[in-house]
Write a protein that binds this ligand. Sequence first.
Ligand code: CUA
Length: 289
Amino acid sequence: MLRRLPSVLATFLGWAWAGGSLAQAEIRETSVWWLPRNVSNFGHEIDFIFYVILWLTGVTAVLVFGAMIYFIVKYRRRAGVGAIHSHGNNTLEVVWTTIPVFIFLGLAIYGNEMWTRMRMETPPADALQIAVVGEQFGWNLRYPGPDGKLAKMDSHKINKENPFGVDSADPDGQDDFTTYNDMVIPVGKAVRLHLGSKDVIHSFYVPQFRLYQDMVPGRVYDFVWFRTDATGQFQLACNQLCGQGHYKMFGKLGVVTQEEYEAWAKGKTPAAATAATTEATPNVSVANR
Ligand code: CUA
């Protein structure tokens, strides 16, 4: 017993550490042991392929390990029984190579087709456009005003004072409004993001949307879109280690009804009324890209 003490202790410490980490994790509405609920259109397909792969690999693992244990027991060394020399079976080899090839091809084609719809195709024209710019350590958000149009973003103009890299004279941007760490979107409406970064690599991450997109400084990513199908309060987290304050880089994210969204947007002050002209400011923050 004494000789086993170190391993028992190590196991105990491992569990204590895991328990501590779980206690510090974000409070979730669902089990910490499984996926959080999904509220986005693409999330359903992502979950579907996740479960297909889980079942395929799970069943395969049970079959393979079952056969292995069976053979270990059946062909164990016994007195008076000689070893069998086998040179394999060509038919079996062909079968268990061909089946996985078709399974992998199917997964690759399905995944590729899904990725194309998620990220390669043009987002719907009627989508709500939202600019999201990460900074150490928070989220700048910019919404279109009543005209439905965002000011044009230029990653080269992004700097400390001008997080969205917009031209303050752009007429489309006059009625835009901005928020900090506060994202609200109407349920059921397509949302198209314009993602950027002021300083280092951040990552837009909402587990309930099954959405994860890195934001590298010097680029604006305008191809990410999704549609939600349920209301709720979530967290917009940064999923890229971006500095000492990474752990506290998160914002509120509310998926609300169209009426609630309109009421929320109506109370915001247009950016033009608050922001100063900043295009002349030297572009220091992205100089090292
Ligand atoms: Cu931004 Cu981590």
